[in-house]
Design a protein around this ligand. Structure first.
Ligand SMILES: [Ca+2]
Ligand SMILES: [Ca+2]
Ligand SMILES: [Ca+2]
Ligand SMILES: [Ca+2]
Length: 834
């Protein structure tokens, strides 16, 4: 899109010098000069079926018109009712634009050559510098991601909020009703409720940040300005567990990213999180959403900074399933509203002190604002950036996206006194997580990213008396992702507590800081604190939980707290997620695994304890050592999984595997195959999302060979029409023709011999007028006839729906395995009595 725009701009600035002639490629863009102002221009555009894209740069009375019913690149200047604009007396001058060959010179290091005509473009300081004198903060590298061609195409984002103004002129073009719902009104229209106080501006503002249309002469430019945007109206009414759960579960196979900029009260004394239904909705989205890749939930970390609130007390933010985003000011200062906590992953620019700038976006009642503030700003910015990354790689899982943010976010100039480098080499802070997001680094990493190994989870609840036992390694989680500590604490004044967790590598993460206003005597009832600060570290060794009780003057010093129980939950992988050689999908590895399994199988079974209860129905004649399908000694049908991750008996193998009847095993298909008959690259029956089955050799590829097109529904390469050498999305939408044919619009028509031309209406070669030796059309041909011919279509068809006909899922199949033999982990406590 960026390059396309560039072409247009170059073209229109050279209008006067070149007149279109034979051999030109005509576009569906017109330059027109209409005196009398924008309103007059709009009226004339409408009269002839054009869209007015606005004034051409600084050329007064010159407008850029677009006509979508015209072949985008035609070899001849098309006639139709729209061409009568040339004869309109109100139009001083008009010219259909011709493509000019232009070669990129690769010296344009100054990225400011992207220019948009949106009036607030120059105020978007967090994206670009409008001129040399203005202070800009381009560290989020959004412009650079656009220049690489990523603008959110084919990605779907929805805003969970108080509604979105779907007919806002800067949102309407990208608005997607399938990504929308009104939970409050129980209908399909999420338009906000209007009142005199404009209470419901929030969702519309967040939506514009993600998806405001670029270069439409209106308001602003969204971070993912070609994304499809929806809104789920759910905050304008009583918010209940049911309302939240419904909202998070709307069309999880269609919506890729849910952005939420809300949560429990930021009053510095509330401890609250998702209810049982909402918890389930998160899990459902993660396990099943995006056809098994997992819904992406982006969350604002909270605005309770001034109240001394701590986002660990917000269960939405601290959930491992949400991507919690913090804010910094343009100068890298801590904003007054910032809440500190260990579950924050990354940060964006937002508002700060009165002299620091705010964020530009769409506003209610078709307006535009440059006053959007707080962490509400940050979640949508990251939702937009993730949309760019998903456009670069649609196969990213929910965990891949978190890994990408951890890897690519950077501290740059953000000021905090707690920046530290963890044992995996990541710089991390409780104010900013891994730092400021970097959109260009995100898309670059996304393009080459390989899905991380399956998530494993180990949890253990130490006995109360085993205070200082030496730690033992955890077997299944070797490399850490999220670490959760669940506590049951009774305490006379909750706000006096500070909790820290120290990893085996010695990294210290603060799970909770004192909260001045939290006088509750309820303690923490199985509350889960989460930290991402140990990301990438090794799990093995001694974990220390430290609880500090700083007696405030507000309470009776005689009454002490009590840590009744705590559980350490480690999430991560058994293999190094960043070393492709050890990843599960490398070809050589797949051959080795079964051999290893066979050797190790016997000893493992001998170690199991006696069990004489009933066996699972999938267990074979050798019985079992427990009731579940992963306790079988052999299987009736197939065994799935590996010795390392745990075996389960299944009746059918999961996607990405085939059934090896000889050994009764589920074996992994070649990478990219969704279904296969055997192990090698040419044994595929269907492919994972983003790949297409090459029917010539049964392999999965990302680009179809010449003469074939990628059919998104069947995920197959299908043959183009035989007159077509290359085609786009449909067999008969040709972009290049076979020998003996030439392109007319998107149809390949026979090349006619001298003295004849191809008559589009009759679809045959017809004789030219007797005076011509060659011709392209009969002079007398009616204009209306041409307009109704076949090849008049629109190349920029509406963005594409991904098919929903099959489930993907190696990721679902590789679900977390339990630790079979949890071992004790050491712990110590601070001043809390126990
Ligand atoms: Ca409604
Ligand atoms: Ca705009
Ligand atoms: Ca909060
Ligand atoms: Ca989170």
């Amino acid at each position: 899109m960026a390059f396309f725009l560039l072409l247009i701009i170059v073209t229109v600035l050279r209008i006067e010098s070149v007149a279109p002639g034979p051999g030109n490629v005509y576009t569906n863009h017109w330059a027109v000069r209409i005196p009398g102002g924008r309103g007059q221009a709009d009226r004339i555009a409408a009269k002839y079926g054009y869209i007015n894209f606005g004034q051409i740069g600084s050329l007064e009375d010159h407008y850029h018109f677009h006509h979508s019913r015209v072949v985008r690149r035609a070899a001849y200047s098309l006639k139709g009712p729209h061409s009568f604009i040339h004869m309109d007396p109100e139009v001083a001058w008009a010219e259909q634009q011709v493509v000019k060959p232009r070669v990129k010179r690769y010296v344009q290091s100054d990225p400011s050559f992207i220019h948009f005509n949106d009036p607030k473009w120059s105020n978007m300081w967090y994206i670009h510098c409008n001129d040399k004198s203005s202070r800009c903060r381009s560290e989020m590298n959004i412009l650079a991601a656009w220049q690489r061609g990523y603008t959110g195409k084919n990605v779907v984002v929805t805003i969970l909020d108080d509604g979105i103004e779907r007919n806002h002129p800067d949102l309407a073009q990208n608005y997607d009703h399938l990504a929308s719902y009104d939970v409050n009104g129980n209908d399909h229209d999420p338009t906000p409720r209007y009142d005199s106080r404009n209470e419901n501006i929030h969702g519309t503002r967040c939506a514009g940040q993600v998806a405001a249309v670029a270069n439409n002469s209106h308001c602003a430019v969204g971070i993912a300005y070609n994304v499809r945007i929806g809104g789920i109206r759910m905050l304008d009414g009583d918010v209940t567990d049911l309302v939240e759960a419904m909202s998070l579960g709307i069309r999880p196979d269609y919506i890729d990213i849910y952005s939420a900029s809300w949560g429990p009260k930021d009053d510095g004394k509330t401890v609250d999180g998702p209810g049982p239904l909402t918890k389930q909705a998160f899990e459902q989205g993660i396990n099943k959403g995006r056809k098994g890749l997992g819904s992406i939930f982006v969350w604002a970390s909270g605005n309770g900074g001034r109240q001394g609130d701590h986002c660990s007390c917000d269960g939405y933010t601290s959930s491992i399933y949400t991507i919690s985003i913090s804010s910094t000011t343009e100068n890298g200062n801590k904003p007054w509203y910032l809440e500190v906590c260990s579950s924050i992953i990354a940060t964006t620019y937002s508002s700060g002190e009165f002299n620091e700038r705010k964020i530009v976006t769409t506003d209610l009642r078709h307006r535009c604002t440059d006053g959007h503030t707080g962490t509400s700003v940050s979640a949508p910015i990251v939702a937009g950036i993730i949309a760019l990354a998903l456009e670069a790689n649609l196969l990213l899982t929910w965990r891949d996206v978190q890994h990408l943010l951890v890897k690519t976010s950077r501290p740059v100039h953000l000021k905090a006194d707690d920046w530290k480098t963890n044992a995996a080499g990541f710089r991390v802070s409780h104010l900013y997580g891994f730092g400021l997001v970097d959109a260009e680094a995100m898309v670059l990493e996304a393009m080459k990213w390989r899905t991380v190994p399956a998530q494993h989870t180990c949890s253990h609840t130490p006995e109360r008396r085993t205070r200082n036992e030496t730690a033992i390694l955890t077997q299944h989680v070797a490399y850490l992702e999220h670490v959760v500590v669940k506590v049951l604490i009774v305490h006379p004044r909750r706000g006096d507590l500070e909790i820290n967790l120290i990893s085996p590598s010695g990294t210290r993460s603060q799970l909770l800081a004192n909260r001045l206003f939290d006088s509750s005597n309820e303690g923490f009832r199985n509350w889960e604190f989460m930290t991402v600060h140990f990301w990438g570290e090794r799990a093995e060794g001694t974990w220390t939980l430290e609880i500090v009780d700083s007696l405030s003057k507000l309470r009776n010093p005689e009454v002490l707290g009590n840590l009744k129980e705590w559980t350490l939950v480690l999430h991560g992988t058994s293999q190094n997620p960043y070393q492709p050689s050890s990843a599960q999908h490398s070809g050589s590895r797949m051959v080795e695994i079964p051999a290893l399994e066979e050797i190790l199988e016997e000893p493992e079974l001998e170690e199991e304890d006696e069990y004489d209860g009933p066996c699972h129905s999938e267990c074979g004649d050798q019985g079992c050592d427990g009731p579940d399908s992963d306790h079988c000694l052999n299987c009736v049908h197939f065994s799935s999984g590996s010795l390392k991750s745990g075996r389960t008996c299944v009746s059918h193998c999961p996607l990405g595997h085939y059934e090896d009847t000889a050994s009764r095993r589920c074996r992994r298909c070649y990478k990219g195959c969704e279904r296969c008959v055997a192990r090698s690259a040419g044994d595929c029956l269907s492919c994972r999302r983003g790949l297409f089955l090459n029917t010539l050799n049964s392999s999965c590829i990302d680009t179809c060979p010449p003469g074939y097109f990628a059919d998104e529904n069947q995920r197959q390469c299908l043959k183009c029409h035989n007159t077509c050498m290359r085609c786009l999305r449909y067999a008969d939408r040709c972009t290049a023709c076979s020998e003996g044919y030439s392109l007319a619009g998107m149809t390949c028509v026979p090349e006619c011999t001298n003295g004849t031309f191809f008559h589009l209406e009759e679809m045959t070669c017809s004789p030219c007028q007797s005076s011509c030796r060659t011709c392209t059309e009969l002079r007398q041909q009616s204009l209306n006839t041409l307009q109704t011919q076949g090849p008049l279509f629109l190349i920029y068809s509406p963005p594409f729906l991904a098919s929903n006909n099959s489930l993907l899922s190696a990721t679902a199949a590789e679900q977390a395995t339990r630790c079979k033999q949890p071992r004790l982990l050491a712990w110590s406590s601070g001043n809390v009595s126990s």
